[in-house]
Design a protein around this ligand. Structure first.
Ligand code: PHE
Length: 412
């Protein structure tokens, strides 16, 4: 890999001002944990597939939903954000604001690692599919703790309905229509949709997802929370009651009609959902830390080699080795510093030794107005006890790189 280019999955991209992918992230591209037989993420994917295959038949007894798990995670900015404006412009928008609450990992100018599997909705609809599931690895710059990691996996589902498919079960349904003109966008619906069509699609969506979650977890309490996603309206999050807490498990909604129109399916309405496979696997198999999914340790992997994908598994944690804490404080540069830059730097230097990074102090000097941050970094190896000496080497490197790459000034 030359310094002027970034190599991803055998292709070379010119490195430019927008490039922010790190070697540590690039190592993960192509691992495809969701396609590795008997990996816990593969198990969840297979269970979801099995549920959809057995519950939804096409007209000739074939599975209604097709399944796609091999699409490249390298996408254009337009695919990821479904915006067709000048790519360079939209990259700068992305750089300055967390679109859809995620900061993207950019390979080169208008090319990025997908931040969600929704990046492929439009292409798959355009290819003529009416019902599909799509699994893949997704990439985000994010906070660091036991349930966040810059690479994780999602499963996307999409189903489209023609007028006939939606209303044929309804008495005198042929008198109803999917679309109306001159309507307004309200919290319940988009401007071109009729309320009766939206309500049927929404009902089908919620019922489909409730059945899926019940199939995976057994009976449990479910609730729907209104929210915003750029590709759907109305949009919802599903939360399930788990050990007394409400846990968000997926996002979903009625697809934006503009997206369907430009993908050549303007005569249909659709729903879409996206769920995090790690989140489900952590709950279903009692996996305590998201880093474990990347483990190549036999003691982890062998626990998931079951004969039948439906066999219950309760993960027995590898013994927990003790953590080591080290703090780092520095003065921030006058502008251009974000916490995520620092998290990413820690991740790229410290790799999987870092369990958690938290901002423990945010101080503004009363006279000079200069601001400083203090972060606590928790180091822990999953498979052995770390020594203070080896952590000091990594920690020292983080201090050094933070100064040279982020323009901060250490206060040690
Ligand atoms: N893409 C959304 C996310 O990653 C999830 C989602 C998928 C929401 C499909 C609505 C429809 O957060």
């Amino acid at each position: 890999i030359g310094p002027d280019s970034v190599e991803v999955l055998g292709y070379s991209y010119p490195r430019d001002d927008f490039t922010n992918v790190t070697p540590k992230i690039l190592e993960k591209v192509g691992r495809n944990l969701h396609n590795q037989s008997h990996h816990p993420l593969w198990l969840i994917k297979e269970r979801i597939k099995a549920h959809f295959y057995s519950s939804y038949m096409g007209r000739w007894g074939n599975p209604l939903f097709s399944v796609h798990d091999n699409l490249s995670p390298v996408v254009t900015v337009e695919q990821n954000f479904d915006r067709s404006e000048d790519p360079i412009n939209s990259v700068s928008i992305i750089h300055s604001s967390p679109v859809a609450e995620c900061l993207p990992l950019v390979v080169s100018r208008a090319t990025m690692l997908r931040a969600h599997t929704s990046a492929h909705q439009s292409d798959l609809v355009r290819s003529g599919l009416d019902a599909f599931l799509l699994a893949g690895d997704v990439y985000r710059r994010d906070e660091i703790d036991a349930s966040h990691y810059p690479v994780f996996h999602q499963m996307e589902g999409v189903r489209l309905f023609s007028n006939h498919e939606l209303f044929s079960q309804v008495k005198d349904g042929h008198q109803l229509s999917l679309f109306e003109s001159g309507g307004r966008r309200t919290p319940q619906k988009q401007e071109t949709h009729t309320l009766e069509a939206v309500k049927l699609v929404e009902f089908n969506l919620k019922q489909t997802l409730t059945r899926l979650i019940t199939n995976l977890f057994g009976d449990l309490e479910v609730r729907w929370v209104d929210c915003y996603f750029p590709f759907t309206h109305p949009s919802f999050e599903m939360e399930v009651r788990f050990h007394g807490d409400w846990l968000e498990v997926l996002g979903c909604g009625v697809m934006e009609q503009e997206l369907l129109n430009s993908a050549g399916a303007g005569n249909k309405l659709g729903w879409a959902f996206g769920l995090g496979l790690e989140r489900l696997a952590m709950v279903l198999y009692s996996i305590p830390d998201i880093r474990l999914f990347w483990s190549q340790d036999e003691r982890f992997l062998k626990q998931f080699r079951v004969q039948d994908i439906h066999q219950p598994i309760c993960f027995q944690p590898l013994s927990k080795y003790p953590p080591l804490h080290n703090d780092i404080s520095f003065w921030l540069p006058d502008d251009g510093f974000t916490e995520n830059d620092f998290y990413e730097l820690v991740r790229s230097v410290g790799g999987d030794l870092v369990e958690k990074v938290s901002l423990v102090d945010d101080f503004t000097h009363p006279k000079t107005g200069r601001r400083s941050h203090c972060y606590r970094i928790v180091y822990r190896h999953m498979e052995r006890t770390l020594t203070q000496q080896e952590v000091a080497v990594v920690h020292g490197q983080i201090q050094q790189d933070a100064e040279s790459e982020l323009g901060v000034q250490g206060r040690y």
